[in-house]
Ligand binder design. Structure first.
Ligand code: ATP
Ligand code: MG
Length: 198
């Protein structure tokens, strides 16, 4: 989990890890690859195969069905025989098995965020990046989404990197990094005793 006050650079960090932004200095290693040196082609394929994204606003395409929205990132690399089965499996896990063919503009905010989680996982990414995934939800729905992400992370053996203001909803997580004044600190609260990471 990445925490820190507004404007500290959490989204910037996440966007650089996600290869949506390029750092003006330094290097970023993912699974041993320095992603700052990849060509544009390699960036696209790296992003598609290794990374999944979940944002604060689910950004579903309103005219497509729930199922079609989840399938979209999978179709970028060409269609394959198991895509639909995988998408239905994920939608089942997030509790939307009965809503597959509903149009995305006909479902609630919490349901839309669950669709966004399924969409973020459809390419079987090893790392899932989530920027304020519960930022737009009421606290009961946030709780459901948080528990869902935690159980998916365990079940699918994926790493979730979550930026949030919503520290208390998440309970125990494996690691917390606090961003403050352009520096990353290990742990919950930046203090003079904390280890500076970057
Ligand atoms: N390391 C950095 N170097 C240069 N500019 C940075 C850096 N980190 C953040 N910024 C700039 O600071 C501003 C705020 O950063 P960002 O949006 O990442 O903050 P945030 O922590 O996600 O804030 P919020 O909690 O409000 O979403 C942006 O304009 C971003 O470009
Ligand atoms: Mg942000």
């Amino acid at each position: 989990m990445i925490v820190g006050s507004s404007g500290s650079g959490k989204s910037t960090l996440l966007n650089m890890i996600g290869l949506l932004d390029h750092p003006s200095g330094g290097k970023i290693f993912i699974d041993g690859t320095d992603t700052t040196t990849l060509s544009d082609d390699r960036i696209s394929s790296f992003r598609n195969t290794k990374l999944g994204f979940i944002f604060q606003f689910s950004n579903l395409l309103a005219d497509l069905s729930v199922l079609e929205n989840v399938l979209l990132p999978r179709q970028i690399g060409g269609t394959d025989g198991t895509a639909e089965k995988d998408a239905i499996g994920l939608l089942d896990t997030v509790g939307l098995r009965t809503q597959l063919h509903k149009r995305a503009n006909k479902i609630s905010g919490g349901q839309a965020q669950r669709v966004a989680i399924a969409r973020g996982l459809i390419n079987k990414p090893s790392i899932v990046l989530a920027d304020e995934p519960t930022g737009n939800l009421d606290s009961v729905t946030s709780e459901t989404i948080v528990q869902l992400m935690k159980s998916m992370a365990k079940k699918l053996n994926q790493t979730f990197i979550i930026v949030t203001h919503d520290r208390q909803h998440f309970g125990d997580v494996d690691r917390v990094i606090t961003i403050k004044d352009g520096k990353a600190f290990e742990g919950d609260q930046p203090s003079s005793k904390m280890e500076v990471l970057v």
